[in-house]
Design a protein around this ligand. Structure first.
Ligand SMILES: Cc1cc2nc3c(=O)[nH]c(=O)nc-3n(C[C@H](O)[C@H](O)[C@H](O)COP(=O)(O)OP(=O)(O)OC[C@H]3O[C@@H](n4cnc5c(N)ncnc54)[C@H](O)[C@@H]3O)c2cc1C
Ligand code: SF4
Ligand code: SF4
Length: 416
């Protein structure tokens, strides 16, 4: 029997791997990198741990998020979360722009928040130095630290593990993460005014799904990195927009070698995408509705080749997000031109259909007696109705097939 709500969220495929529960209760909940199931929390045995898990569940946006709590004035806000203003632009700093995933806007804004004194730290993820296949949550205090995290890591990462350190500290910290990470952080801050005061800025990256460690291994095979080689670097994106996927490792002569590079489309579409976790396929927020600022790719104005200089789509979602972007532009650290408030739909033309398909998938899950995230206030039904008949059928039939094929009803148990 599953006793606690955190283990249950994992077991029922509701956990996104954000790390908030482990960050809040590090003594009794720890994140484990399971090669198949993703980076997921494991709750210690004993009464104290069970009690902590019950408390941690109140931070967990994987189990459900309330979009009705967001100020929404029109259909754009209801579809994508609040959009106060949008821009397309890039970091003025050439190195940040180049190393960044799209245009380095996240890193430029985070650095500006540090330099302008808004925050004294930035919580984000970075590749682990001892094993770049894995990620760790870090708090950076300078440009070099932020550059360590620049670029997209198409892999499991739990930035909200930093919540414990933020809560225990006495300085304001900015938080950078995927939409699901930011949603849990927003939930935690909503329940704790002291924590909220220490989090004056959250930035979300757009996200279509985080692949597992098995996917990273497949990528390394495609890059022709010898099995068991000591990796020194693994880049999924960055070094231009979108940038090549490439690794570095130390060969048997002790010499550091660079692998071949493959284009983003080949790596994402051909290898990584299929290993996204089921939770990502029923995700309703790919653009960071709960953040102060969201940043994604402006795919509607595509890059010139695989290593374009880079541009980001930047969306201000709150007054404080808007103020920071405007100040960064005025200070010359962000070079950006205004876009329409409909920029998300333009840049991500398949996203409305994705949300429609999620409604169909969740319908089948409910029918099969499987729990679904208790999200409130999203017009998923509207997006499902707008789907062509074929896509409607596919969202339902495809889910039935997947439930049977992958035995999705079986509880997920994470390796210890
Ligand atoms: C798993 C994943 C899926 C994505 N899917 C989409 C998509 O569907 N549409 C789209 O437009 N863009 C997608 N992106 C790209 C993302 O939106 C870009 O990173 C964004 O444009 C920011 O670019 P930037 O150059 O401004 O950021 P940068 O300046 O490069 O900063 C990126 C920041 O993101 C953080 N980060 C990187 N990987 C992760 C991770 N796995 N978990 C948490 N934080 C991370 C880094 O620590 C860094 O702080 C995805 C990225 C990831 C990691
Ligand atoms: S979604 Fe986050 S808070 Fe919820 S169980 Fe998973 S790691 Fe913990
Ligand atoms: S698709 Fe959604 S649940 Fe999956 S990693 Fe991205 S934001 Fe999180």
């Amino acid at each position: 029997m599953i006793a606690d709500p955190i283990t249950k969220a994992v077991a029922c495929n509701l956990c996104t791997g954000c790390g908030a529960c482990a960050g809040a209760f590090p003594d009794v909940i720890r994140m484990v990198d399971d090669p198949l199931n993703g980076r997921r929390p494991v709750v210690a045995k004993g009464e104290a741990a069970q009690k902590a898990a019950v408390q941690a569940a109140s931070l967990c946006a994987g189990a459900g998020a309330d979009f009705t709590s967001l100020p929404r004035r029109d259909a754009i806000d209801r579809d994508w979360g609040p959009v106060l203003a949008a821009w397309q632009g890039h970091a003025a700093d050439d190195e940040i722009r180049f190393r960044g995933s799209s245009g380095g806007a996240v890193t430029a804004l985070a650095l500006f928040a540090l330099q302008s004194g808004l925050v004294q730290g930035v919580a984000h993820i970075a590749a682990r130095a001892d094993d770049p296949r894995l990620n760790e949550a870090v708090i950076s205090h300078d440009r070099a630290g932020l550059l360590r995290g620049a670029g997209s890591r198409y892999a499991q990462a739990s930035p909200a593990e930093a919540l414990g350190a933020i809560a225990a500290g006495d300085v304001p910290v900015a938080f950078v993460g995927k939409p699901c990470d930011v949603a849990s952080v927003a939930k935690a801050a909503g329940a704790d005014a002291g924590l909220a005061a220490k989090l004056p800025l959250t930035i979300a990256i757009f996200c279509a799904g985080a692949p597992n460690l098995n996917a990273t291994e497949k990528l390394l095979d495609r890059l022709e990195v010898p099995k068991g080689a000591r990796l020194t670097d693994l880049r999924y994106r960055g070094a231009g927009w979108p940038g090549l996927m490439q690794a570095r490792w130390v060969n048997e002569d002790g010499v550091e070698v660079t692998s071949k590079g493959i284009p983003y489309g080949e790596g994402w579409g051909g290898i990584l995408q299929s290993e996204r976790r089921w939770r990502c396929r029923i995700c309703t927020d790919h653009t960071g509705a709960f953040a102060d600022i969201s940043v994604g790719d402006p795919w509607h104005t595509p890059p010139a080749g695989h290593e374009d200089a880079g541009r980001s789509l930047i969306v201000a979602r709150t007054a404080r997000g808007l103020a920071l972007v405007e100040a960064a532009i005025a200070a010359g650290v962000l070079v950006a031109a205004p876009e329409g408030r409909d920029a998300i739909a333009k840049a991500q033309p398949g996203l409305a259909a994705t949300l429609g398909a999620v409604w169909g998938r969740r319908l089948v899950m409910r029918g099969a007696g499987m729990p679904v995230p208790a999200d409130r206030g999203l017009p998923l039904w509207k997006h499902w109705l707008a789907l062509p008949v074929r896509a409607k059928v596919s969202s339902v039939a495809g889910t039935v097939k997947r439930i049977v094929k992958t035995r999705l009803w079986r509880p997920v148990v994470v390796g210890q």
